[in-house]
Design a protein around this ligand. Structure first.
Ligand SMILES: [Fe+2]
Length: 223
C-alpha cells in the first residue's frame, strides 16, 4: 500500500492548492504514482483563526473536491496539519483535526521550537487529550530536538524531498531505517511543481524500509 500522509490538496483550504483544477491535477499525479491513500492535511494556525472557521472552510473545500473526483482517484482522508501553539490544548473540539476514526494528530512544530516553551502544551496534548501526535516533516528541525521528542513518545513523519537532498538524505535515511517512531511519509505537496517524482525516488531509496513504514501508517490509521 502507498500512503501519502501529508498533502495540501484541498482547493483554497490553505496556501496549498489554490483551485479545484490544481487539486485534480495533484490527485492525478498521486494516482499515477500509485498512491492508494492520500491524506488531505490543510494548515491550521490556531493563533490566526478559530477552529470553527477552519473546519467550515475545510468542509466546503472537501465537498468541492469530492464532487469532482474521478472514480479512479485514491482514497482521500481529510485531516489537518495543526501548528503547535501554546495553550492549543484548551481548544474545544481539537480532535476534529485528527485523521478520521483515530486520535492521530499531525502537528507542525514552530521553526523556533524549544521544548521549554511548549513542554506544558505537548504534555497536555499527549496525556490529557490522549492524542497520538505525529510530528510533521521532522527533516526540517535540528536532529537533537527531534531525537529528544521521539524519545518522549512522539511519532514522526518525514517528507519525501529530504531523501533527495544532499545535506538531508543521510539523516532521513537513518531516522527511517532505525526508528520505529517513524510511522509515515509524505509528499507535502502544495502545488504541482515536482509532483510525485521525489516520493517515488524516496520509495526506491528506502526499499524494504518503505514497506515497513507503510504498514505502520496503515496500522496507525486503521486502514
Ligand atoms: Fe505541510
Amino acid at each position: 500500500m502507498n500512503i501519502d500522509f501529508h498533502a495540501h490538496i484541498l482547493p483554497g483550504a490553505d496556501h496549498g492548492s489554490s483551485s479545484l483544477e490544481t487539486s485534480l491535477r495533484q490527485v492525478k499525479l498521486a494516482r499515477r504514482a500509485r498512491i492508494n491513500v492520500l491524506a488531505a492535511t490543510p494548515h491550521f494556525y490556531p493563533n490566526h483563526e478559530s477552529l470553527s472557521t477552519f473546519l467550515e472552510r475545510r468542509k466546503n473545500s472537501e465537498r468541492c473536491l469530492r464532487e469532482a473526483l474521478p472514480i479512479t482517484a485514491p482514497k482521500i482522508l481529510v485531516a489537518a496539519e495543526a501548528h503547535l501553539c501554546r495553550g492549543m490544548e484548551e481548544i474545544e473540539g481539537l480532535e476534529q483535526l485528527c485523521f478520521p476514526g483515530t486520535n492521530v494528530l499531525l502537528l507542525e512544530l514552530p521553526h523556533d521550537f524549544s521544548i521549554r516553551d511548549y513542554e506544558q502544551t505537548l504534555d497536555a496534548l499527549q496525556y490529557e487529550k490522549k492524542l497520538e501526535i505525529v510530528l510533521a516533516h521532522i527533516d526540517r528541525y535540528p536532529e537533537s530536538t527531534i531525537d529528544f521528542l521521539l524519545e518522549l513518545g512522539f511519532l514522526a513523519q518525514i517528507n519525501a524531498e529530504s531523501f533527495c537532498r544532499f545535506f538531508k538524505k543521510k539523516r532521513s535515511m537513518r531516522w527511517a531505517k532505525e526508528l520505529d517512531s517513524v510511522v509515515a511519509l509524505g509528499s507535502d505537496i502544495h502545488g504541482c511543481e515536482t509532483g510525485y517524482r521525489e516520493f517515488l525516488k524516496m520509495k526506491e531509496r528506502l526499499g524494504k524500509t518503505y514497506e515497513v513504514i507503510m504498514s505502520r501508517t496503515q496500522k496507525l490509521l486503521k486502514l
